[in-house]
Design a protein. Sequence first.
Length: 221
Amino acid sequence: MCGRYSMFSSIDVVQDRFNAEALEKWPPHYNAAPSQRLPVILNDNPTAIQLAEWGFRPKWLEGRAGPINARGETIHEKPMFRSAVRRHRCLILADSFFEWDRRTKPRTPWRILLKSEKPFAFAGIWEPPVSAAAHPSFAIITTRPNGKVALIHDRMPVILDRSVEKEWLKPSSSVDFLRALLQPLAADAMALYPVSPRVNSVGADDADLLTPVHVLVDPNR
């Protein structure tokens, strides 16, 4: 799963990367967490960057917290998600994400990013606001890990290749075509390193969280 990520690139950089206009400003997030409002591009307005709340919330949830992730392998079958994958898809904008190493006790957080260190987009689904005072909500789609991420975790978010981002948003894309996009990004495009356990705290949200730390991992575990 993906329970934390970062989105700290400047608004100008993000607008240029995604060829879209920001409708709202947002602060840099070094440790974005569920329930926060974060930048996304919704398929019903693909040239705009707007804010949506992390945590997929259909109207029938009636104020309860919704799931933050959706498994790509079964998203087209699950009653909660199958309508959204057909009608409400989005790009979730990020600079990196965090996963926790199962080989260490306590589990060590690792930062995972593109080797280029440029922003990218998770594949996501979204729901319209449940009331006039609410905001759209979203979930990150996950898949099996690539070879690098598999060293520390058994899942990873779907990072869309830049060449298919527009296809993910296109209304005419078939479900079978969309499902084919829900694959792990190539391992050789990514980098990862351990970071401070301060990232475990929702209240920690500063650039020091991105600093590499040294950990010892038993290779026989």
